[in-house]
Design a protein around this ligand. Structure first.
Ligand code: PLP
Length: 475
């Protein structure tokens, strides 16, 4: 029997003249050794330092390879106790699955399963208004039966667009005509539509540093060059953006509650941002992912609500306020762009699922949505306070942000490895460092959603996370 405490010898061939980088070769070699059982589940890996010396490469190269394997759940770091092959390996993907899955691995897993404690981006599973929603959906299915064979309005159902426009007037102070509203499958489709409407390929875009990784990927896929702009307690550092990339076409921002750090864009920065966009004929893309769902005080009005609003494309979503499983969001297009947006919806990106649209329209019209938001604010406020109390000892540097907490870790920590170790314990925090575009700016930390910390799981979840941290962070 092999002694699990002893690091196995690892045989890796590195070819310096291959087209694959050395880091990629090391990652691929370790990965296949794990899948083939050469490196057994539960066994210890050589330290980064030892492997780097063995292969004659920089320690950082090994660290990146280990981070990638950790993100796939194949290994985890146990601080001073070393790096280990996971005891429960995820099923080995077939070649075909691997190709499909790889871009998703770093983001919001697990998909299509009950949310785990600390899982970011999902509302409270136990507080979804399922009874009312089932009733509304049943009615919507019957209403939809009257038009089984017609084309639906590609902008979205007129009744829903009218409801969204009235809701935005009250809750986000946006004055817009329902015809400026375009229903989408969520924020991501709204962003895609926007990038197409602006014919943004080849241009530069400001992106908050740190900022939503899928936003960054969308900009890159659409052919833009991302300019990471720092964020501080007043939100995006607009002055830095103006110095670094004055001619950018787009500033992609989360002004209400910065994702992931939580700051609200200060009034001076709002003015400066709008002034810059107006002067440069640039566009501000407002990612209003939490809408008015702000746990402390009242949400500030949307950027798209005041002077300069004609330069703002406001994107909202029902993913956080209701559920991402609905697959519904919306864009408020400035009047000058509405025609372009509508043309794209008609040709390429029509609004999704008419039945869900009809159901949510009734949900809004009958006042259930506002009631639900009020209940969620109270619930999340209590859950966050409780989690803060439980976790403060483990994380001296912990702050409230959006629907969760951000726990900053010492620079020497490895948040990606920690996340992988936490996943082994059935917890799903997110690592902060991948939210930075520029690795040299990256801070180590955990993003901890409180939405699914209930009375019956919060103490155990916090204790288990504290144990993971204790095992990984050297005193
Ligand atoms: C900053 C930010 N914007 C947008 C979204 C998601 O939007 P959607 O599910 O509507 O695509 C998320 C989800 O986590 C997010 O964190």
């Amino acid at each position: 029997m092999t002694d699990p405490k002893k690091s196995p010898s690892v045989s890796i061939q590195v070819e310096r003249n291959q087209s694959a980088s050395i880091g990629d070769q090391i990652y691929a070699s370790l990965r296949s050794s794990i899948h083939e059982g050469i490196l057994q589940a539960g066994s210890r890996l050589p330290s980064g330092r030892a492997l780097a010396a063995q292969l004659g490469v920089a320690r950082g190269t090994i660290r990146v390879a280990y981070d990638r394997l950790a993100a796939e759940g194949l290994i985890y770091g146990a601080g001073s106790a070393g790096t280990w092959v996971s005891s429960k390996l995820p099923p080995m993907p077939s070649e075909h699955e691997e190709i499909l899955d790889r871009p998703l691995a770093v983001f919001t897993r697990p998909y299509s399963s009950a949310p785990l404690p600390f899982q970011v981006g999902v509302p409270a599973n136990d507080a979804f208004p399922s009874k009312i929603w089932e009733r509304m959906r049943a009615r919507a299915v019957r209403a939809d039966a009257l038009s089984y064979t017609t084309y639906a309005d590609p902008r979205g159902e007129p009744g829903l667009r009218a409801q969204i426009a009235s809701h935005l007037a009250v809750s986000r102070q946006i004055q817009c005509h329902p015809d400026q509203i375009i229903v989408t499958s969520g924020y991501r489709q709204g962003l895609m539509l926007t990038l197409m409407a602006l014919q943004a390929s080849g241009h530069r875009a400001w992106l908050e540093e740190p900022g939503y990784p899928l936003g960054r990927l969308a900009l890159e896929l659409a052919g833009l060059t991302v300019e990471p702009i720092a964020v501080d307690a007043e939100g995006l550092c607009v002055e830095e953006g103006i110095v670094r990339a004055p001619d950018a076409l787009i500033a992609l921002v989360t002004p209400g509650q910065q994702a992931p750090l939580g700051a609200t864009l200060s009034s001076k920065r709002r003015r400066d941002l709008l002034r810059w966009a107006t002067a440069q004929n640039a566009w501000i893309v407002e990612d209003d992912y939490l809408g008015e769902l702000q746990l402390d005080g009242h949400a500030t009005p949307a950027l798209a609500s005041g002077d300069g609003a004609e330069r703002v494309i406001h994107i909202g979503t029902f993913s956080k306020t209701m559920s991402p499983s609905l697959g519904l969001g919306f864009v408020v297009a400035p009047k000058s762009l509405t025609e372009k947006f509508v043309a794209i919806t008609a040709v390429m990106l029509p609004a999704p699922n008419r039945t869900t649209q009809l159901a949510i329209a009734e949900f809004l019209a009958d006042g259930h949505f506002l009631r639900h938001l009020r209940q969620m604010k109270d619930l999340y406020y209590d859950r966050r306070a409780h989690a803060m109390t439980c976790l403060r000892k483990t994380f001296p540097m912990i702050e409230g942000s959006g629907l969760g907490l951000v726990a900053f870790l010492p620079e020497t920590a490895n948040d990606v490895m920690l996340v992988s170790a936490a996943r082994e314990q059935g917890l799903a925090p997110s690592a902060l460092s991948p939210w930075y575009s520029n690795a040299t700016n990256a801070k180590q930390g955990l993003i901890l959603s409180i939405t699914n910390l209930r009375a019956d799981n919060i103490a155990a979840a916090c204790a288990s996370l504290s144990d993971v941290i204790a095992a990984h962070i050297k005193a």
